[in-house]
Design a protein around this ligand. Sequence first.
Ligand SMILES: NC(=O)c1ccc[n+]([C@@H]2O[C@H](COP(=O)([O-])OP(=O)(O)OC[C@H]3O[C@@H](n4cnc5c(N)ncnc54)[C@H](O)[C@@H]3O)[C@@H](O)[C@H]2O)c1
Ligand SMILES: N[C@@H](CCO)C(=O)O
Length: 350
Amino acid sequence: MTTYDIALIGFGGVNRTLAELVAARGDTLRSELGFGLRVVAITDLRLGSLVQPEGIDLGMALNMDGASGTFAAHGGSADTINESVIRNCTADIICEATFTNPEDGEPAVSHVRWALESNKSVCTTNKGPVAIRGAELTSLAEQNGVHFEFEGAVMSGTPVIRLAKKMFAGLKLNGFEGILNGTSNYVLGRMEAGLDFEAAISEAQKLGYAEANPAADIEGYDVQLKVLILANELLDAGIELKDVQRQGISTVTPEKIQKASREGLRWKLVGSARRNVDGSVTAGVSPVALPLDHGLAGVSGATNAVSFETDLLGAVTVSGPGAGRVETAYALLSDIIAMHAARTGAAAHV
Ligand SMILES: NC(=O)c1ccc[n+]([C@@H]2O[C@H](COP(=O)([O-])OP(=O)(O)OC[C@H]3O[C@@H](n4cnc5c(N)ncnc54)[C@H](O)[C@@H]3O)[C@@H](O)[C@H]2O)c1
Ligand SMILES: N[C@@H](CCO)C(=O)O
């Protein structure tokens, strides 16, 4: 049976949870999916680097939290030597889950590039490389005969990108609108319930929804990247970050939320893109007070939803978890399942 060796670049909430899944469910995955997974390298800013071609003891790695020392105590290095690890380790697949940088996508863009250049496939939940260098990296993967998968970059493990590419064949997509950030949606809901902004953010951080810098969620940068990804992947928009107008929810005060509630409205952070008559695409993200009977008004907590406007079916809506460690680790697993299916011709349902 095939075993894929994987390297985890960034060992925070998402990749730790993937390691937990591999440790706890390895046998089930093997029998149900027809392949095994073995972690052969891990790097993290707080822990350093560890490469063990025979397989890393995941119990040991998962017990390390940065306060308890670095990988130097386990035969690795205290330094985060990403380029050398990514290029030289024996992994078949690099799982990239470091911080999203909404400005230029670095250093994750380089992590992905080094992997693809050294003929390793990549799965990532990091929005930066996909939004800012997606076309270039996809083409590099194709040239090198490897895979670049990023389902978790939009709506965590909820299938959206692959689903839309496969299931909407024969339909023309004219646009989409959706709730694409779990943290801001969670915060708006908690504020409507009477919590103050800081307390609501703190809850979202504890639940593993928020970015390392939650301003990325609150000020709309995260949705800006996701709109860019969906517009380019699904509408073939050919647009750049500067083309996606951005406004976050920091202007939505508790008073505005209570007033909207009295008027039968609910504030939501809505990301959208629409194809214009001349073929160009207009895209943006901004807070909107939606009537309660609007399809997106009832989407609550860290749930996300995106409604695609199609020519033959009208609106088709996909809804599901938009954030969360387990939900996003599953996205990486679904990427690996898709790679396996492409390699073997096995049916993939993800
Ligand atoms: N948590 C979610 O719900 C979710 C959902 C979808 C996408 N994402 C994306 O997935 C990625 C990971 O999310 P997370 O929740 O695990 O974040 P996290 O902050 O918990 O973990 C990120 C880890 O990456 C490490 N890191 C940062 N820069 C690094 C570098 N240059 N080299 C090695 N390690 C580095 C950090 O030390 C940290 O441990 C982010 O890009 C995030 O935007 C997260
Ligand atoms: N911080 C993001 C994670 C998912 O990309 C969110 O809250 O939606």
